[in-house]
Write a protein that binds this ligand. Sequence first.
Ligand code: VG1
Ligand code: CO
Length: 541
Amino acid sequence: MTQHTTQPISGQKPGTSGLRKKVKVFQQANYLENFVQSIFNAQPNCAGERLVVGGDGRYFNREAIQTIIAMAVANGFGELIIGQGGILSTPAASCVIRKYPSCGGIVLSASHNPGGPDEDFGIKFNGSNGGPATESMTEVIYQETLSITEYLKADIEPINLDLTGESKRGNTVIRVIDSVADYVELMRSLFDFDAMRALITGGEFKLCFDAMHAVTGPYAKEILVNQLGASQSSVINAEPKEDFGGHHPDPNLVHAAELVDRVKTQGLDFGAASDGDGDRNMVLGRNFYINPCDSLALLAAQSSHIPAYAEGLAGVARSMPTSRALDRVAAKLKLDCYETPTGWKFFGNLMDDARITFCGEESFGTGSSHVREKDGLWAVLCWLNILASSGQTAADLMRAHWAEYGRDYFTRHDYEGVDADAAAEMLNELRGKLETLAGTSFAGIEVAQADEFSYTDPVDATVSKGQGLRILFVNGGRVVLRLSGTGTSGATLRVYYDQFEPASGKLEQNPQEALQPLIRAADALVGITAKTGRNAPDVIT
Ligand code: VG1
Ligand code: CO
C-alpha cells in the first residue's frame, strides 16, 4: 500500500532555516511524512526528477532518510542521490544539487542545536539552485501542511546507506555517493592547494580544526590532512556522532572551548571550528579571536589572493544585523553591497543574478557563489589561502585591516528560553515607539533614527517585512533586536550591537567594554533586563 490517509498537524511552519523541532515531535505518527509530502506537493513536478538527500548525522538521521526514500519512490522521482551513511554537510548538499542537476534536495539538520533522543532534529528543502527554499516556497510548503489529507510511501526494502553504489526501488534509481568527493573537487577548483600545503607542511605553522563531533569531520580530514598535509592530530572531534558527544556543535568561544584552549595552551597559529551541518565557521589567530563580521570584511578585502576570486568580486552582501565592516570594503573596492534579512535564503537570488560573489552573517556564516549555502570549511580555506599567499599572520592581517578601514566593534547578546509572550510584548512595545524615538536620548546617547527592517528583493521584488527592529544613534552606534527563528523551545531574544571606531581611534579594546555605552542605552530604551527578568545574556558572541 502506498497511499496513506493523514490529517494536518499544526506547527509545521518553517523558520529561519527549515522546520526544527524536538526529535520526539518528529517521531510522532505522520509528522515527518506530512512535512515531506508537503514539500513534494509544493513542487510543480516530481515525476522522473532527481532529488538529493543527506544530513548532518544526528540522531534520527538514518530513519528519516529511509522514510524520505520510500516516499520519494512512491512520488515517482527518477533518481535519488544520497550521501554515504546519510551524511552530507549543508554546503556539500548544495554542491551536489548543482553538480548533478536536481529539482532540489532535502537536508536533515538542526545545525548548531544539540542532537540526541531528547534534543533537536530538523529538515529543510533546497531548490534546484542548491540554496535554501525561498520565503515564497516555504510558504507554499506550509500551506500544504495545513490541508494535507494523504501521503505516498512505498513499501520497500530499506537501502543500505553505508555502501556506495546504485540500486533500484520501484522506478527510482537510488545512488549512494561518497559524501566528500564532489565537495573536495569543488574546493580544489577554487583554492591554491600547493600554496596552502607549503604553509602547512613548512614546519613553522601549527593549526587545529575542531569538527565538534559533527558533519565536517570527514571533509576536514580529507582536505586538511590527506590533501594539505596537516597532521592527523590537527583535526579534532572528527567522528560525526549522533549526539555530537553531548555538546552544542556551535562554533563560538563558549561551545568550542576545547579548540580555544588548544590554540592558547599550544600556541597555535590558526584555529577553526564548524557547526553541526558544516555551514558555519569560527576562525582564531594566535591569541586572537576574529569576529565573523570582521572575517567577512577581511576575506572580501583580501579575496584577490585566492585564485577563484583573483579577477574581482561581482558584489557583496550581508544580513542586516551583521556589522557594516563589509560596507567599508565594498565602498573602497567600488562594489555593490546588499543588506538582506537574517537567513541564507535571501542571498540566493543575488547570486543567481550574478550581483554578488561573497556574503555572510554575523552568526559565523560566510560563503560565496561557489554554492548557495554558507560554507564553514570554504571560509577556513579562504583564510589559509590568504595566510599562505600573503605570508602574514591572521592577527597582523586583521590589525592592518582595522588600521585601514577603522573597526566596527560588534557583539550579539542572546537571551535564551525567555517567556515567548513577554518577549513578543517587549518588541511590540518598542515597535509602537519607533517613530517617536529620533531626537530622544537614552543613557546619554541620542537616537538618530529607528525603524523595522523590511526587505524588497531587487531581483524578484518579493517583500519581506518584520525583519528586525533597529535603532541608530547619532554617534554611529546601532542596536538591532529580533527573535530567533531556529529555536525549539520558548523564545530566544537576540540583541545585536555595533559601533564604529575610526582608524585613528582605539582599535584594541575589548568589544564588551567598547560597546558598554550602547548596551546601557539599549537597556534604558527597551528595558531588556526588567522585561526578561535576566541580569545578563545567556550567550555572548
Ligand atoms: C540563526 C542565525 C542566522 C542563521 C540561522 C541558520 O537564525 O541568526 O544568521 O542564518 O541561524 O543558521 P535565528 O533565526 O535563530 O537568529 V544554521 O547554521 O542553523 O543553518
Ligand atoms: Co549550520
